[in-house]
Write a protein that binds this ligand. Structure first.
Ligand SMILES: [Fe+2]
Length: 277
C-alpha cells in the first residue's frame, strides 16, 4: 500500500461527495458526518499507538470513516438512529456499501475505490461494529484467510467508535432538548435504574438498548462501554478521562439520588478496570 495519506485524502473526497446527497441543513445528518470523521481520526490515532503498518493504517482509517454509512439513509427514512429488526445500522451499512446504489451508479464500495482484497475485512469489521459482541459468524467470514486481520479491525473500530461516543455527548444534550415525550425517544421521565440494566452492568457486560428506560439507565449504558475496550490505549483514555466525562455530562439531568448511584457505579467500575490490568 503506497502513500496511505494520499489514499485516505482521496477517500475523504469521495465520502464528501456521497454525504452531499443527503440534507446537510439537518443537524442530525451533520452530527453523523462529524462522528464519522472523528472516528476515522481516532482509528488512525489508535493505529499509530499500536504501530500498525501502512496497509493496516489504511484499513483503520477507511473503516473508521465509512463504518456508519447507513446512518444517513436511516435518518432520512425513519428520523431516528434507534436500530430495529428492520434496520440494524451495522448490517445496513454493509448493505449500502455492497449493493448497487443508483445515486452513485454502482456499488458504494467501488465508488469509494476500496481494493477488492480488503472487502471481506471491511465487511466483517463494519458488520460487527455496533453489535453487543463480536460474532465470528457475522457475514460468514469464519475460515477465510483474512480472519485474524478482520477480527483485529472489528476490535479496533469498536474501540475508536466508543472513544468518540464517550468523548462527545452532544447526542445526550440533543436528546434532553427534544424532551422525553417525543415519539422518537423511548426514554421516559422516570427515576432510578432498571433491574435488567443493573444486572448487565454488574456483570461487566454491555447494556442492551432495549432495556433502557430512564436517564440513569442511559448513563449506565454509556458507562458500560468502559468494559468493552479491546486495546490498552483506549482503556487508559477511558480510565483517565472519559469515565468522569460521563458523570459530568449526565449530572445536570439526574436527581441527586440518581447522580450518586451513577457516581457509585463509575467508581466501582474504575476499581475493577484498574485491578484487572
Ligand atoms: Fe455505528
Amino acid at each position: 500500500m503506497e502513500n496511505v495519506n494520499y489514499q485516505l485524502t482521496k477517500l475523504k473526497r469521495k465520502f464528501r461527495e456521497f454525504v452531499a446527497l443527503y440534507d446537510l441543513s439537518d443537524e442530525s445528518i451533520v452530527s453523523k458526518i462529524n462522528h464519522s470523521k472523528r472516528v476515522c481520526n481516532k482509528s488512525l490515532y489508535l493505529g499509530r499507538k499500536l504501530n500498525l503498518d501502512a496497509e493496516n493504517m489504511y484499513l483503520a482509517g477507511t473503516i473508521g470513516l465509512i463504518h456508519d454509512v447507513a446512518r444517513f439513509e436511516q435518518w432520512t427514512r425513519f428520523k431516528t438512529y434507534k436500530d430495529s429488526q428492520k434496520f440494524n445500522h451495522s448490517y445496513m451499512s454493509n448493505h449500502v456499501l455492497f449493493n448497487v446504489d443508483r445515486s452513485v451508479k454502482g456499488r458504494l464500495i467501488d465508488f469509494f475505490e476500496i481494493p477488492v482484497k480488503y472487502h471481506d475485512i471491511v465487511r466483517f469489521a463494519i458488520c460487527n461494529h455496533g453489535n453487543k459482541e463480536i460474532s465470528p459468524l457475522c457475514n460468514n467470514l469464519r475460515g477465510t484467510n483474512n480472519g485474524n486481520t478482520a477480527m483485529f479491525h472489528a476490535k479496533l473500530i469498536r474501540d475508536a467508535d466508543k472513544l468518540d461516543l464517550l468523548n462527545n455527548f452532544s447526542h445526550v444534550v440533543l436528546l434532553m432538548k427534544k424532551g422525553f415525550n417525543e415519539q422518537r425517544s423511548t426514554l421516559q421521565r422516570t427515576e432510578g435504574a432498571s433491574s435488567a440494566v443493573l444486572q448487565e452492568f454488574n456483570n461487566h457486560r454491555l447494556v442492551d438498548r432495549t432495556n433502557v428506560v430512564t436517564i440513569l439507565d442511559y448513563a449506565l449504558m454509556q458507562t458500560a462501554f468502559g468494559y468493552d475496550f479491546n486495546f490498552e490505549p483506549p482503556k487508559q483514555i477511558y480510565i483517565n478521562k472519559l469515565a468522569s466525562n460521563i458523570y459530568k455530562s449526565f449530572r445536570p439531568y439526574l436527581n441527586q439520588a440518581d447522580a450518586q448511584t451513577l457516581r457509585f457505579h463509575i467508581q466501582n467500575q474504575l476499581k475493577y478496570l484498574k485491578n484487572k490490568r
